[in-house]
Design a protein around this ligand. Structure first.
Ligand SMILES: O=C(O)CCC(=O)C(=O)O
Length: 303
């Protein structure tokens, strides 16, 4: 039986309020990374995602959170009088230029590279893919302020990675605890089937476009920014399914497939905490790699 999600405040995304009816909102199913790999693979095939609890060393994740926010201490992003690991939003006098500059730098830190290449991550993928793996160079760290009006719209990742294998997986890693009120990812239940159908439709529509356009998330047949929609409640109604939320903890890692639809909600942290997360992509090294992801993220790249 589906349980009603009891929320203190409804979740919103880009101005839309998610229904908390039990057939529209639910919880992500956690997985134990210690389970046999064949079970995890079967679960991934069935769900389109794996929420691996405690795969990573919690202290190492929190140390990275501290390091990240410490770098922003002179920008007005975080409160200076509190341990940066807390990531408490200041916002009184934000130096937006300096924040942008530091964002470019943090994406290029060797320490960030090392974080993304932590042994539990690549070893998980080697077992999951049953062979040597590749980490895409283009990786994203996102800090989301409380109340920030723009959330990630509903999309599946293949739209941005069509130049490579559709077996590519995303690791979404909370850097710090991210309870559902803090705007972490929500997943549309069973949407990996929908994603495949949708991509077949896009392929047919894109067939006559020049090759570069055909694989672009921004061509004339796609929604703005490659998103399917910003209207999460209507999408769930249309597919008669649920958005699945979670109380993520530092040490967790979610793996989602290239067709699994996901989005984010507004960070409504009661104590003004900034959501920090990274999303990075792993795949089999032997399979086709989308060359457009062969460089570090920057503000003016394609996404
Ligand atoms: O963290 C977000 O808001 C978006 C992340 C995302 O779209 C992804 O992990 O693929």
């Amino acid at each position: 039986m589906q349980q009603t999600a009891i929320l203190r405040e409804p979740l919103t995304s880009n101005g839309y309020t998610l229904s908390s009816a039990p057939n529209r909102l639910g919880w992500l199913v956690p997985s134990d990374p210690g389970e046999p790999m064949s079970d995890l693979q079967a679960q991934f095939q069935e769900q389109g995602y794996l929420w691996l609890k405690g795969l990573l060393d919690r202290d190492a994740v929190l140390a990275f959170r501290r390091r990240y926010f410490a770098a922003f201490r002179d920008t007005g992003l975080v409160r200076r009088d509190i341990d940066p690991v807390e990531g408490i939003y200041d916002g009184a006098d934000e130096n937006k230029n300096l924040i942008r500059k530091l964002q470019m730098e943090t994406h290029r830190w060797a320490a960030y590279e090392a974080f993304c290449l932590a042994q539990p991550i690549w070893q998980f993928y080697e077992a999951f893919f049953d062979g040597p793996v590749y980490l895409h160079k283009r990786k994203l760290i996102r800090h989301i302020r409380p109340g920030e009006s723009l959330s990630t719209g509903a999309h599946y990742d293949l739209v941005y990675l069509r130049g490579g294998a559709d077996t590519v997986c995303t690791s979404w890693i909370p850097i710090g605890d991210i309870p559902h009120t803090m705007g972490g990812l929500v997943y549309l239940e069973n949407s990996h089937h929908f994603g495949r159908r949708k991509e077949a439709e896009f392929s047919a529509l894109n067939a006559d476009l020049p090759p570069e356009e055909r694989i672009s998330a921004y061509n004339k047949n796609m929604g703005k920014g490659g998103w399917l929609t910003k209207n999460l409640p209507t999408l769930a109604d249309r597919l008669d399914t649920r958005w699945l939320m979670a109380d993520y903890e530092a040490g967790d890692m979610v793996v989602h497939g290239a067709y699994t639809t996901h989005a984010s909600t507004t960070n409504i942290s009661a104590d003004n905490r900034i959501r920090l997360s990274t999303d990075i992509r792993y795949q089999r090294v032997r399979e086709e790699i989308d060359v457009r992801w062969n460089n570090h993220w920057s503000f003016d790249d394609f996404q």
